[in-house]
Design a protein around this ligand. Sequence first.
Ligand code: C2E
Ligand code: SIN
Ligand code: SIN
Ligand code: FE
Ligand code: FE
Length: 374
Amino acid sequence: MLDHQDVLSALNGKLPLPAKLEYLHAFLKLRYGFIDRIAIALYDAKTDLLKTFVQHSTGENRLVIYSAKLSGSISLQEIVKTGRPRVVNDLDIYAHVEAEHARQIAAMKYESSYTLPIFMNGEFVGFLFFNSRRKNVFEERVLHYLDMLGHLVALLVIHEMALNRSLYAIVKTAANITLHRDVETGAHLDRMSNYARLIAKEVAGKFQLNDELVEHIFLFAPLHDIGKIGIPDSILLKPEKLTGEEFAIMQTHAAKGGEIINMMLSNLGEADYPHAAVLRNIALYHHEALDGSGYYGLKDKDIPFEAKIVSVADVFDALTSARSYKQAWSNDAAFAFLQSMAGIRFDADCVAALARCRAQVEEIQQRFGENRLG
Ligand code: C2E
Ligand code: SIN
Ligand code: SIN
Ligand code: FE
Ligand code: FE
């Protein structure tokens, strides 16, 4: 009984989701020791990608970040279509199928799985996976129990997603109401946030990022310039180069962004929301340079990793997009510019990461292209 109480009180607290999942996994293992992994994968309908979000596993607990297209797995699509969970008591039957996701799971030596779909207001948002390194463990009585626990985990995920989405929606709405002007086009935001995710995944080892952080960087990257809503149109929309004085005003958009986010979080009663720091750092520090020549003059080690990542993503897209005051650069020219500033202004690993992903960059440009109205 004590164990029950411990787990429930942990779930009530302001712990981040990975810690809650770890508690639940420990709790579950007291009863069913053969469950070696609990994982949540989220689905992004825009890109058809299924991405690990949070996971906890015993044994070799390595950082595994993967994503795969849902359309590549017939069996997972079936779960979504029917809305019903699926038991696989011998994952060997998937050893030879094409599904990337299944192959990655098999590579981690899991032998059986129980998979539940997660829906939020009727919309499919992801999967919950229970995996075991043993075969044939998911029998009726276990499934009955996992269904209950699974719903609890799903609620935790939905709560967290709803909070993230509210934050995002509130900031966007505020921008639209105050503005009636499109500061940054939707396509720019889609591209740069996808670039940010590519980079984040590549540098996850260096910066010790887990999947959840990668996902939050992706989600919050589009809010980097939210402070521009406080910049007068005469400057923001000026079709020529800014004067020194105008540029100084323009540069206040970083600090204004931080203020807006703080205000919004306190209005929401979520000032200590665990991911607030990522959001705030992106808005405040996306114009820092490693050598201290950026807006706040922070140096390399003092610049938060999320800001380093977003900076490279933002500048790459700013360069390759047309603006009212400049033409679009070619990808070659933009990569060459980033490279010339690697280690000086931009984090060299972030630059190298984006350059390595050139094929995906081009795919993103194609998917989220626009008629150069930037
Ligand atoms: P933005 O257009 O989103 O650009 C973001 C960052 O991308 C810029 O930050 C800069 O680091 C880089 N960038 C964009 N275009 C170029 C370019 O042609 N050459 C180079 N070398 N870098 C470029 P930065 O400079 O701090 O500017 C912040 C924001 O100020 C810009 O956001 C834009 O909204 C505005 N801005 C900057 N320069 C001008 C300008 O000459 N005219 C106008 N109207 N706005 C400007
Ligand atoms: C799959 O069927 O795609 C993989 C099974 C699992 O992730 O548990
Ligand atoms: C860009 O503006 O980043 C390039 C996208 C395109 O070519 O449509
Ligand atoms: Fe900015
Ligand atoms: Fe931008």
